[in-house]
Design a protein around this ligand. Structure first.
Ligand SMILES: O=C(O)C/C=C/C(=O)C(=O)O
Length: 129
């Protein structure tokens, strides 16, 4: 297999057969992250809580790789309702990544796993070994 698979203690329960992330060279490719924390079955109460849950999961995985939000270089966001939720997503996104300013793409999708309303896919760069 290419690269090294990462499973983070405290990271979310994967929905299917994939690791939390895969490191290839200095790149850390992080799998799609939803808002459910490890062991959670219920959706958070609000969309805002979902977004915070997504970033909680991101930080858990980055920390397991010895990284932080400052190492994030690209974020793809998937939302099920841009009209209703885009402003909230942007505001909370800015709390976490507004100063770091990774490249970003956000798209609306018709559905996401487990009934979630937001998922992100992230690329981070590890400092050279
Ligand atoms: O619900 C989640 O935690 C996110 C799930 C993601 C996937 O199952 C996927 O992107 O394939």
């Amino acid at each position: 297999m290419n690269g090294t698979e990462l499973m983070a203690d405290g990271g979310p329960d994967p929905v299917a057969a994939y690791p939390h992330a895969r490191r290839v060279g200095n790149f850390l490719f992080i799998s799609g992250l939803g808002p459910h924390k490890r062991g959670e079955r219920e959706l958070p109460a609000t969309f805002a809580d979902e977004v915070h849950g997504v970033f909680y999961n991101l930080k858990v995985i980055l920390e397991a790789a010895g990284l932080g939000l400052e190492n994030v270089v690209d974020v793809t966001g998937f939302l099920t309702d841009l009209e209703t939720d885009f402003a909230t997503y942007n505001a909370i996104y800015a709390e976490y990544l507004g100063q770091i300013r990774p490249a970003r793409t956000t798209i609306q999708v018709s559905a996401l796993p487990r009934g979630i309303h937001v998922e992100i896919k992230v690329l981070a760069v590890c400092p050279a070994d």
